[in-house]
Write a protein that binds this ligand. Sequence first.
Ligand SMILES: [Zn+2]
Length: 291
Amino acid sequence: MKVHKYNLILIIFLLGYFQSYAQGNLGDRLLGAAAGGLKALTFTNEDAAALSLQAITKLDAENPVAAKTDPYNIRLSRLFVKHVSEDGLRLNYRVYKLKDINAFAGADGSIRVFQGLMDIMDDNELLAVIGHEIGHVANQDSKDAIRASLGKQALLDAAASQSGRIAALTDSQLGQMGRVMWSNNHSRSQENAADAYSYDFMRRHGYNVNALESAFNLIAKGDNGGGSNIITTLFSSHPDSAERAATAKNRAIADGVYKPYVKIVTPVKVKAPVKAPVKAKVPVKKRPRKR
Ligand SMILES: [Zn+2]
């Protein structure tokens, strides 16, 4: 590639300007490890993904993850498997067998869905939540959450070690990051954008967009103390769920596709492991056929 002499001068000038800008703005977009003579380092999406993966790995190890053959995992797989490459992202999913009504996403594309949420939602509503979480990944919202959770110094430490790239964090830093992801600590505008993403996701795939309103209404019930021992962390932040249900409804009305949502009848609550169908190796007594 030919680079004109004047272009080179311009590039060198810009680099110099960029470096001084970086050194003067530790807080905002760049992490400048200026004092130690280290080069300025941008906290990239890849860095966020690497940290997120570490935090998620820790969370997965510490929480009851549904096994592959678990009915909850089978159900989530059925809905999620066609979306693992959604929007050019690389996504993965797991169920946490916890009562919380929650789901969250990490910058690495990990999406975790809780049993408590799956118990109250039908497949369409669950897809609406999945769409919302994919929206957080696509919009890189976890990157901000990670930076906020670690603070400047920890990021600088991580960045400065191991040849200037993101290094392994301490266990407590990873725990802190995990808690921030888990609690869906997003801003109002990030939530609204993820909602809009979910609506588009539902339309794009021909799912019933009205399930989005319904999902928010379910969460709103939880917000109002619907279940005293249920922890509702999903959508817990501003804006409130009723308002978001109304936004989803209004979009559907504007698109001419609004109909009050009727839950689909497939089992909402997955019962304990279904008895192994005919395949069982142990001889099974045949029951008389029902007519
Ligand atoms: Zn959210």
